[in-house]
Design a protein around this ligand. Structure first.
Ligand code: PGA
Length: 256
């Protein structure tokens, strides 16, 4: 059985005070709630502060990116080992904003996924949340399946079955991110089903049935339940609605 996962991607929002306050509210709101994994992904500079707030709770800490090299002269970059050092268990890789605005390619995503999977510190490891998604132009010209399949194939190329089993996928249609325009449950469900089929074709049915595939793009408490009712949607990667405790907790509650 796949355990639902709700990850909040704060993007470049909040500050130390508002971020730790939000984390505290999420911890309080999730107390006693079992059966769902919850992760907060603040900006790099607030990882430690938010991590301290989350300590002792069941809520995970995630970063929004990493760099694929282990160390060295890479000004401004952050390695997988550094993320583990500040207490991260999760890392988002290949978000569409990074693909569109910051030059991320399927190749760089793959290198980052490999780096995340290879990192280990005192018995702790990182779980990559790897994003794929088509643009509006790609959807409107009937290329959604082709684009998602090639992102899946190239961003996660040649991972062993054991490596892939540690990856979480996130389908995030670019046209639905931050636009208030959510994919219909059927539209999302169709892509999720095809992604699961890609996993089955590449590995096997057992790996496919265990793979967690999140939906992302304007998820709100009001639409979350319908999305999670889809058999292949295993949770959400939440942007805007993760910045307000009540909204984020409402989405978490919709997994039950
Ligand atoms: P949104 O962002 O929920 O604000 O649409 C989702 C995401 O980018 O992960």
């Amino acid at each position: 059985m796949r355990r639902p996962l709700i990850a909040g991607n704060w993007k470049m929002n909040l500050d130390r005070t508002t971020g730790t306050a939000l984390a505290l509210d999420v911890v309080a709101g999730c107390a006693g709630r079992a059966g769902v994994d919850v992760v907060l992904c603040p900006p790099f500079v607030y990882l430690e502060a938010v991590g301290s707030t989350l300590r002792g709770s069941a809520i995970g800490l995630g970063a929004q990116d990493l760099y694929h090299e282990a160390s060295g002269a890479f000004t401004g970059e952050v390695s997988a080992a550094m993320l583990l050092d500040v207490g991260c268990q999760w890392v988002i890789i290949g978000h569409s904003e990074r693909r569109q605005l910051l030059g991320e390619t399927n190749g760089s995503v793959l290198a980052k996924v490999r780096a995340a999977l290879a990192a280990e510190r005192n018995g702790h490891t990182l779980t990559p949340i790897v994003c794929v998604g088509e643009t509006l132009a790609e959807r409107e010209t009937g290329r959604t399946q082709e684009v998602i399949r090639s992102q899946f194939a190239e961003s996660l190329a040649e991972l062993s079955e054991g490596e892939f089993a540690r990856v979480v996928l996130a389908y995030e249609p670019v046209w639905a991110i931050g636009t208030g325009r959510v994919a219909t449950p059927d539209q999302a469900g169709e892509v999720h089903a095809d992604l699961r089929k890609q996993v089955a074709d590449r590995y096997n049915a057992a790996v496919a049935s265990e793979a967690r595939i999140l939906y992302g793009g304007s998820v709100k408490p009001e639409n979350a339940g319908q999305l999670f009712a889809q058999p292949n949607i295993d949770g959400a990667l939440v942007g805007g609605a993760s910045l307000k405790a009540a909204d984020f907790l409402g989405i978490i509650a919709a997994t039950a």
